[in-house]
Design a protein around this ligand. Structure first.
Ligand SMILES: [Zn+2]
Length: 379
């Protein structure tokens, strides 16, 4: 699912003192600048302001701007909370930046300008990244092409079927021809069919059967066959709208002019905005409603593997709960990320830490090349 993916370099390097970095530090919360409103400012370990979060005034799109000594780059995402295993978010990840006139133009520009890019599908969003090894103007030329590919796609039905799923003809030995199923996305998901089923099955129990985390955004081959190009286009129309459910993280060297960059970003977002974008209501509720299950029984989900003794996977989860403090939340994260007795002792002052029902060794004995999931009681 993940093709060559651009990683943002988030190591804070020495920030050069310049008029433009000072410009960022002079911003105030809720100040309007270049089509944006300031939401937050971010400082480095020396206390210098090196980043800001803005809201694009006319679309409500969140935009983060960081000043780091690296090449101009952007990471952008589109929320795509799917309610099926048809793989529609994954279809768009493949089609938008590579097919149709817009997609082919973006590809050509990426080769000519040496601008590395990447795209990947996650549980409830699709992410795209782009960097430029040239000037800021080169970056914005590629950024414009990326937005055009994402928000004004023109891929054909034939391209959609060929990339996603279609019937093909295989010629084996001799003259015998066989009808086969194929497609770049279909083949990709066939290679890992049922491999991560344990993951989405446990998510169903944690978040509820209708939660986007309960589905495989990449697609389940059995459910991909019925997808039409029209289904893919409708999914695009529903979710690919600049607004609060999309976002951008830009990185520019500190010496670049912040006001000029903000104006350019705002102009680009304006060109690709659509009516109907709504501002999110301020809420402390979870992004998607939770309906966790009372089913706490362990389950086993076999998956095909050419290597019978290869290890399987164990996934544990606790039912969602509300932490009373940031310290308690940090303690839980630490415990869950590195689950060992020592960690339990380390966090023992938190009365809500769940005790595991089985030790890791006991769990490992139960894994014959399959996956086991367990939901544990919390006290
Ligand atoms: Zn893929």
């Amino acid at each position: 699912m993940i093709r060559f993916f651009l990683s943002l370099i988030l190591t804070v390097t020495a920030i050069r003192h310049s008029a433009h970095s000072a410009e960022l530090s002079r911003l105030k919360k809720e100040q309007r600048v270049g089509g944006f409103q300031v939401q937050n400012l971010y400082s480095d370990s020396d206390g210098k302001i090196m980043g800001a979060k803005f809201i694009h005034s006319s679309t409500g799109t969140p935009v983060f701007l960081l000043q780091l000594q690296t090449v101009p780059q952007v990471f952008t995402w589109v929320d795509t909370p799917t309610n099926s295993n048809q793989g529609l978010p994954h279809a768009l990840e493949h089609l938008l930046v590579a097919k149709g006139v817009q997609g082919h133009y973006f590809q050509l520009l990426h080769q000519m300008r040496l601008t590395p890019y990447g795209a990947a599908t996650f549980s409830d969003f699709v992410a795209y990244g782009l960097s430029s090894e040239g000037s800021v103007d080169d970056f914005f030329e590629s950024f414009h092409a990326l937005l055009a590919a994402m928000y004004r796609p023109d891929f054909s039905d034939a391209e959609a079927s060929k990339e996603f799923y279609h019937f093909g003809v295989s010629t084996g030995r001799g003259s015998k021809k066989t009808l086969i199923e194929e497609g770049t996305v279909y083949d990709e998901m066939r290679a890992t069919q049922d491999r991560f089923r344990y993951y989405s099955e446990l998510n169903k129990r944690i978040f509820g059967a209708e939660s986007p985390f309960a589905f495989r955004a990449g697609g389940d081959p059995d459910q991909m066959r019925s997808v039409t190009p029209e289904d893919i286009r409708q999914f695009h129309d529903k979710y690919y709208r600049l607004g609060p459910s999309t976002g951008f993280i830009f990185v520019f060297p500190p010496q670049e002019n912040v006001s000029a960059i903000l104006r350019k970003i705002s102009d680009e977002l304006q060109q690709f905005s659509q009516s109907g974008a709504v501002s999110p209501a301020a809420t402390s509720n979870p992004k998607y409603p939770f309906h966790s299950s009372n089913d706490l029984a362990p389950a086993i989900y076999p998956f095909p593997s050419p290597n019978a003794p290869a290890p399987g996977f164990i996934r544990f989860a606790w039912r969602p709960g509300k932490a009373d403090s940031q310290e308690q939340l940090n303690c839980w994260k630490y415990l869950l990320a590195r689950w060992q007795t020592a960690r339990v002792l380390y966090c023992k002052e938190s009365s809500s830490i769940a005790k595991p029902a089985l030790s890791i060794r006991e769990q490992q004995r139960l894994i014959p090349n399959s996956s086991l999931i367990t939901l544990l009681h919390t006290p």
